[in-house]
Design a protein around this ligand. Sequence first.
Ligand SMILES: Nc1ncnc2c1ncn2[C@@H]1O[C@H](COP(=O)(O)OP(=O)(O)O)[C@@H](O)[C@H]1O
Ligand SMILES: [Mg+2]
Length: 497
Amino acid sequence: MTSTAAQSAPASSLLNINALFDNPLFAGGIGLASIGAVAAFGRKGLIMAAGAARRRLLVNVEISKQDPAYPWILAWLSQPRPQTGFLASRITRIHNLSVSTTTTTAAMANSARSGSIGTSSSGGGGGGGGPGQTHFFLQPGYGRHVVKHKNAYIAVNREKHNTANMNTGEPHEVVQLTTLWAHRHIFEDVFAEAHRLAAKAHEGKTIVYAARGMEWSPLGDPRKKRPLASVVLDEGVKEGIVADITDFLGRQQWYVDRGIPYRRGYLLYGPPGSGKSSFIQALAGELDFSVAMVNLSEMGMTDDKLAYLLTKLPKRSILLLEDADAAFVNRRQRDVDGYSGATVTFSGLLNALDGLAAGEERIAFLTTNHVDRLDPALIRPGRVDMMVRIGEATRYQAGAMWDRFYGDMDEDGSARERFLRRLDELGLFGGEAEKEGEGEGGDEAIKGRHTSTAAIQGLFLFNKNDMEGAIEMAEALVPRKYEPTEAIPEGAIRTKA
Ligand SMILES: Nc1ncnc2c1ncn2[C@@H]1O[C@H](COP(=O)(O)OP(=O)(O)O)[C@@H](O)[C@H]1O
Ligand SMILES: [Mg+2]
């Protein structure tokens, strides 16, 4: 049926053309013109056909530098590949390389090397025992390369554009992968493998993001996860927070059903060196989260920058707002012209925590050394749900830290007892422990004395395998008071009124 219809149509049109050609006048003109036309059409047609063929036969994937997959793909490209035949190995040689160099200390170099991907070599620092190791990471440079994956050839084109990111000033960059249409499914494979490689490189690591310009960018290389057990908090404190956050993580649907934003905030306060930051980092590692850190006292961090950053919080990360009190100081101290310095204000912080800028899902940790400077408005569900004091070292903590450092040497725990008794004598647990029997309330000078877990760690680090040394030096834990020497007249420091 269709065939007869198809035949009848050209028959009639042929007839018209024949009539045209029968006319000698027309025939001559067309004859001349068509020579040129055919040549021109032929050329153009060829180009178009090539373009069409390219479009029909090839598949293109473009990955821009902004995309998280960009570094994964570069790492995947620079991975060593098995040599497959003479021709393939010639074609797929990468001639343009770019290098990114990281320097690690000797102790970390081994772990960094085993975790990294791509071609690497180390040098400097006088071999393994040197102070540092340099780690060269070769990537395909700008330009065109060909790689072979399984049985498909993939053309790679890495390009730098002459436009730049407005925020960071870095030029835009893309990498383009092209393969045959028939091999298009290879891309799924490539991306899966690139992602797997990246995940493997970050396995056992905690990524810490910091704000760079208006963007979150990893702060140095991913760090080795800090074991939660290595942070010694007072009895039950750690367990309490971990239980709360684990409960929260398992309750997303509960929040959704009730229309409550799925957020939880924690405030850790206490003196410096008590392990607040270390605990948060270890906790992130335990939960397999990364940390997105903002220092609120940092110059240049403004309310709108903070709000903007929070809308782009990296996935599966804990938001860490260090020095939360800075925002409150700013509220009180404004210059006469109303300028408060390029720092975050109180309302900026509240907006960050539960305003429109706050994401729907979020875990936030705030830390401060000056809880007295905070405003009660902060302690409200959704802003801060749980407040925990991480304080000066307690007897329990000092004992637990001792066990972590000297547990295997001090088998019967007798040295531990002597150490703790020495700390008691020095009055380092508040100067109350041995007061009872002493009638007059003991030595006034040591009353209310405390030390920090950071100081205890410092003492143990100084006396690495030397328990007795640690006990002998325990006096170093007594906080020193730095008072201005009387020899300096007042005017010498304050020169101007
Ligand atoms: N409770 C603790 N347990 C283990 N290490 C601690 C503890 N407190 C402090 N430290 C050590 O002291 C240093 C400073 O701790 P940090 O977490 O920065 O304290 P904070 O944030 O409270 O000022 C780190 O090297 C950390 O390992
Ligand atoms: Mg800290």
